[in-house]
Design a protein around this ligand. Structure first.
Ligand SMILES: *Cc1c(COP(=O)(O)O)cnc(C)c1O
Length: 349
């Protein structure tokens, strides 16, 4: 497939603009701090296994000079990551036990989650797969082929969820090849893509991607991931609107993060901004208890209070479902809403 790049592309560089952006992403905490006019600080040991990675376009949405910027807090490694907290482990979701085949995580009826790419365009410090052993998990070409065979052999699977890492790190040719293989499986009806790229690297919403989603016989569902309204600038909005024109169902999932979005004003503005763009707020996840992320945790009781506040301010469709993943359950656990006139039960132990 020919690559139509802008005229500034160096001759012979056939990469797409989003691929060049990714290569140029910030990978050094000292550089990130200096770009934002913040003083230097020692890096935690945890960056050794989970390095800093953030595209420059995402950095441009941060407020210079503000060490508490909600976008910065999501990506900057901090000393708190090295603190061991009881209950916070390497694989709290027991995903390694749920690998149905190399590269295929199967937990829920009718759906299978395919680890289509090992990496991401941004390393979110709260990531629940920050210690996931991608190298052994099958998130590579041979693993994907094996996963598709497993899907083909199980007629109860109606939906394939492309995840990772971020599946949109696959280039358009490889994505088209994968979608083609899934389309060839008669019982697969829906293709769901879980991705943060349209938010952190909006250039990824290429014409070829939009055309591919429009053309497939599979019902397309794209679940993006934004946690704060400042992530959704005009370029992101334009990319997301183009996905809407592809006829996909466009949803957002957020993680509730202390210091980032644990306020009714921020969450309400996030939901309104999403809906303005054409994205339906789907999930607000309670943090998965992954080692090194305890400083992001918001208590369940407080989370329920936030949902209550949203329900008083927003239309029902703009209120995300508050959910937690409990290993061994048949679905994500929805955390019940209680009117503020009833007692909110105490936190889980
Ligand atoms: C979250 C998740 C899904 C999708 O769950 P929905 O409630 O349908 O959004 C599917 N498979 C796995 C393994 C998951 O972790």
């Amino acid at each position: 497939m020919p690559h139509a790049g802008p005229s500034t592309v160096i001759a012979g560089d056939r990469r797409e603009p989003w691929q060049r952006e990714l290569t140029a992403a910030v990978r050094d905490a000292g550089e990130l701090r200096s770009l934002l006019g913040l003083p230097a600080a020692p890096a935690p040991a945890a960056v050794g296994e989970f390095p800093l990675l953030v595209p420059r376009g995402f950095v441009a949405r941060m407020k210079p000079g503000d060490p508490h910027d909600p976008l910065l807090l999501q990506v900057l490694p901090v000393a708190a990551e090295d603190i061991a907290t009881p209950g916070f482990t390497a694989d709290p979701l027991l995903e390694r036990d749920a690998l149905a085949a190399p590269g295929l995580v199967r937990k829920y009826a009718g759906r299978a989650l395919l680890l289509a790419a090992a990496g991401c365009a941004v390393n979110c410090r709260y990531c629940f797969r920050r210690e996931f052993p991608y190298a052994e998990s099958g998130a590579h070409r041979a693993g994907i082929a094996a996963a598709v065979e497993t899907i083909a052999a199980d007629a109860t699977l109606h939906e394939v969820i492309l995840s990772g890492g971020d599946p949109l790190l696959l280039d358009d040719d490889r994505l088209a090849e994968l979608i083609g293989r899934l389309e060839a499986v008669p019982h697969v009806r829906r293709l769901r893509i879980h991705t943060r790229l349209p938010v952190v690297l909006p250039e990824r919403v290429t014409d070829a991607l939009v055309a591919m989603l429009r053309a497939t016989r599979l019902t397309g569902v794209v679940v993006v991931h934004a946690n704060h309204p400042a992530e959704l600038d005009d370029a992101v909005a334009a990319g997301l609107r183009r996905l809407v024109t592809a006829g996909v169902i466009l949803l957002n999932q957020s993680v509730l993060l202390a210091g980032v979005n644990d306020s009714p004003d921020v969450l309400a503005e996030l939901s309104e901004r999403l809906v303005d763009i054409g994205v339906v707020p789907y999930y607000l996840h309670l943090l998965d208890r992954v080692r090194g992320t305890a400083h992001f945790e918001v208590a369940e009781r407080e989370a329920l209070g936030l949902i209550d506040a949203l329900r008083r301010r927003l239309p029902g469709y703009a209120v995300p479902r508050l959910a937690r993943e409990v290993p061994g359950e048949a679905a994500k656990t929805w955390i019940g809403y209680h009117s503020s006139r009833t007692e909110i039960p105490g936190e889980r132990p």
